[in-house]
Ligand binder design. Structure first.
Ligand code: HEC
Ligand code: HEC
Length: 431
């Protein structure tokens, strides 16, 4: 009876311990956490001054980032946006297609159609059409020059390489996109070909699945960072009137999540001047971003605070790349310096979630082992007591089939009780 009780106590302890570890590890797997911690560990904070500041281009003299329309003025009643108590924190992320990647990364400057705003922002259409062998041959034919298929292939390949290089290194006035990984670029290229009407590109959309913060990262690094610098002082209403644009690092403190989502997706007036009054904002409305995507931006900015200086994340990445991250271009987007020389993509950065996870797992296992040892010790002590008590009374005997008939051996003969047991054998044999 006692043995059973001890056994069950241990089984229950083991189950409890196991459950504890399981719950802890599972907590790390909850949708919110998964969405927050990018699976591939490639999400990094946005850094450096805005693209406009980098180009030294006044806000009023550019079309970049301005494909949206202006938001409501102070006299207009607020357009519908998320309710004040509306809260969108966790989604499982989303499956994006090339069209979405274009929307999040390119539409802010090139517009929905890809035409851009010439002469400042060139159209994407012709450079993309130049990557198609069929279109290259057709164009040559109409201009009266016959070229061989092999030559057309060569030209198309060159155009393709130029386009890829543009995405990784940027152009004269176009920012680089080092945060785009290979599958994303493939997916985007297929969409660009569809947009440009390349024959044979239709239909085959390539999907990539993205975490919530990764979606936020796309939008911030490609779209918001055009006008908003990563870090800096929080402007007061007077400075806003004088043209200051609040840095990305203060946006989540200036705005609640619903206010933020409303400003981005529907527009909202802003307090400016001294005395401060409500004015129509100068920021375009990003009508083509969903409220969930604006929430993804808020989450990304919260979990990966924008900074001017090297944060640990970037430091580790730099150490891994084995070379200094000297202040080259003022636009220090994470990885932007690496993309140029170290091949298509910056190396994966350490994933905090993984180390946290293994820490929890290890301490869970540690606790479990200690518990097992304690339980085992208690169990052994009990068994000692039990055996000592039992030997005073009857003996549990079994017949050993390998020895002569009639010879029996005690079960679990240990220590102090063995003498009593052999006595028991002697007694039995004398019968
Ligand atoms: C911040 C604004 C901005 C964003 C965002 C942007 N571009 Fe551009 N893009 C420009 C400007 C400015 C030019 C023309 C000047 C230059 O070449 O730098 C340009 C030119 C181009 C061209 C034409 C090159 C040529 O030979 O005429 C292509 C193709 C292009 N961009 C593709 C893209 C793609 C794809 C994306 C999204 C991943 C993108 N751009 C995002 C600003 C932007
Ligand atoms: C074309 C330039 C431009 C781009 C691109 C841009 N913003 Fe803005 N943003 C501004 C300006 C200018 C202000 C100052 C308020 C105003 O005039 O609307 C502002 C203000 C804001 C505010 C409100 C701050 C406050 O306290 O009222 C938020 C939030 C914001 N931006 C978020 C974003 C996000 C998120 C993105 C990317 C999706 C983005 N912005 C892209 C120009 C831009």
């Amino acid at each position: 009876m006692q043995f059973r009780k001890g056994y069950w106590t241990i089984v229950i302890l083991m189950l409890l311990a196991g459950r504890g570890v399981h719950a802890l590890v599972n907590g790390m797997d909850s949708p919110a956490h998964k969405a927050a911690c990018d699976k591939n560990g490639t999400v990094t904070a946005v850094r450096g001054e805005s693209w406009l500041a980098h180009l030294n281009r006044p806000f009023s003299e550019t079309s970049m980032g301005k494909t949206g329309h202006l938001g409501p003025g102070p006299e207009e009643k607020p357009t519908l946006g998320p309710a004040a108590n509306w809260f969108l924190v966790s989604s499982q992320g989303a499956t994006l297609h090339g069209a979405d990647l274009y929307r999040l990364n390119c539409q802010g400057c090139h517009g929905e159609s890809g035409q851009g705003a010439p002469p400042e922002i060139n159209s994407v259409i012709n450079p993309v059409r130049a990557t198609s062998v069929a279109l290259v041959m057709e164009r040559m034919k109409t201009s009266g020059m016959e070229i061989s298929h092999a030559d057309a292939v060569k030209l198309a390949q060159q155009a393709n390489a130029a386009l890829l290089q543009r995405l990784r290194q940027g152009g004269k006035n176009m920012p680089p996109f080092p945060h785009l990984n290979d599958p994303e670029i493939r997916s985007l290229m297929v969409y660009l070909q569809q947009l440009a009407g390349v024959p044979g590109a239709g239909g085959q959309q390539v999907a990539v699945s993205e975490s919530q913060v990764r979606i936020g990262e796309h939008i911030v690094k490609s779209t918001c960072h055009t006008c908003h610098s990563a870090a800096g002082a929080d402007p007061d209403p007077k400075q806003l009137e004088d043209g200051a644009i609040p840095p990305l690092s203060v946006l989540t403190a200036r705005k609640s999540q619903p206010e933020f989502i409303r400003k981005v997706t529907h527009g909202a007036p802003i307090l400016m001047g001294a005395p401060a009054m409500l004015y129509r904002g100068r920021m375009p409305v990003f009508y083509y971003l969903s409220e969930q995507e604006a929430a993804d931006v808020y989450l990304y900015l919260t979990l990966y605070p924008p900074s001017e200086s090297n944060d640990t994340h970037t430091l580790i990445a730099v150490l891994q790349q084995g070379r200094p991250n000297g202040g080259g271009s003022p636009l220090q987007r994470p990885g932007s310096d690496s993309s140029a020389s170290s091949g298509p993509l910056a190396g994966p950065e350490p994933d905090n979630s993984v180390s946290l996870r293994s820490f929890v797992l290890l301490s869970g296992i540690g606790a479990f082992v200690v518990l097992l040892l304690a339980g085992g010790l208690g169990f052994t002590m009990r068994e000692f007591q039990r055996l000592a008590m039992k030997t005073k009374g009857h003996q549990v005997m079994v017949r050993n089939p390998n020895t002569e008939p009639g010879v029996t051996r005690p079960v679990g003969a240990i220590g102090a009780s063995s003498r009593a047991m052999s006595l028991g054998i002697a007694k039995r044999q004398s019968h």
